[in-house]
Design a protein around this ligand. Sequence first.
Ligand code: HEC
Ligand code: HEC
Length: 260
Amino acid sequence: MRKSLLSAALTVATVLTYPLTTLAQHETGADLFSGEQVFQNLCANCHGIDGALVPNVDLGHGVFRQPYTDAQLVTVILKGIPNTPMPGNPTMSEEQAQLVVDYLRSRAVDSSSALAGDATKGRALFEGRGDCLSCHMVAGQGSPLGGELSRIGDSRTAGELIQSLRAPNAVVQPNQRHYTVTTAEGTTVSGRLLNRDAFSVQLLDSSGKLRSFNNDKLREDGFAASPMPALGADWKDQDIADLVAYLASLRAPAKQGATP
Ligand code: HEC
Ligand code: HEC
C-alpha cells in the first residue's frame, strides 16, 4: 500500500503542473474555483476520484479518522500532515481550502443520495431499528410529536431528507419547532410549539397531550433543540438511502378524478 501511494505521489508531480498555474492565476478570486475542481486537480491523484484510495481515509463520504472541525481540515489541507505523504499546499488561500472542505462535506450527503435505496428495507428500519414511530405518524400509526410523515415524499427532496436524518437541527420547519417552558413552581415541559402569543403558550408534549400555559405564570420559556436524534456513523449510507427511499415513497394517493 505504501508502494501504491509512492507511485501515486510520483504521478502527482507531473499532473500538478497544470493545476498549480491555474491556482496562481485565480489566487485572488477563490470563487472562480469550485472545491470539486481543486479536489480533482490536487487531491484525486492520491485520494482517488471517489476519495477512498488512501487506506482508512474516506474523503468521498465525509468520513475522516477524527471528528475534524472545518478549521482543522483547512489546516490539514494548507499545512499537510508532517511525516506522511499528505503534502501541504502553501500556494492555496484559506478560502480555497474552505471551498474544498465544503465540497468534501457536501459529498457526505451526495454519496448517500446517489445510492439506490430499497423502500421495503427502509420501512423495516423505520418501524424497527430507527424507532421512528415513537415520534412520527405514518398512515395513522405512531406518535404526533415529530409530525406526520405520511406525505413527506411529496414535499422533500432526497437531499433534504438525508439532511433531516443526519443533521436534524440544520433545518426545522416553522411548525415543527420545539419549545420549553418552566412554570413558576419549577416544572419544565417541552414539546412542539403549537401557538404562542402575548398571553399564552400551547405545546404538544412528548406524550401527545396539548398543554397550555399562561405567560405570566412562567419563570422561563424559549425555543429548544430538536428532540430528533441524528443518525450517526453506525447508520451506513446504505441504511440512510433505504430510509430515504421509504420516506420518498410516502405520498398522497394518486388522484384519479378524485376531489382534492
Ligand atoms: C501525495 C499524495 C496526497 C495528496 C496530493 C493529497 N493527499 Fe491528503 N492524504 C494523503 C495521505 C497518505 C494521507 C494519510 C496521512 C496519514 O497517514 O496520516 C492523507 C490524509 C488526508 C486527510 C486527513 C484524513 C483523516 O481522516 O485524517 C485529509 C483531510 C486530506 N488528506 C485531504 C487532502 C486534500 C483536500 C488534498 C488536496 C488538496 C489532499 N489531501 C492531497 C495523501 C495525499
Ligand atoms: C425523539 C423523537 C424523534 C424520533 C425518534 C425521530 N424523530 Fe424525526 N423528527 C422529530 C421532530 C421533533 C422533528 C421536527 C424537528 C426537526 O426537523 O428536527 C423531526 C423531523 C423529521 C423529518 C423532517 C420532516 C420535515 O417536515 O422536513 C424527517 C424526514 C424525520 N424526522 C424522519 C425521522 C426518521 C426516519 C426517524 C427514525 C430513524 C425519526 N425521524 C426519528 C422527532 C423525532
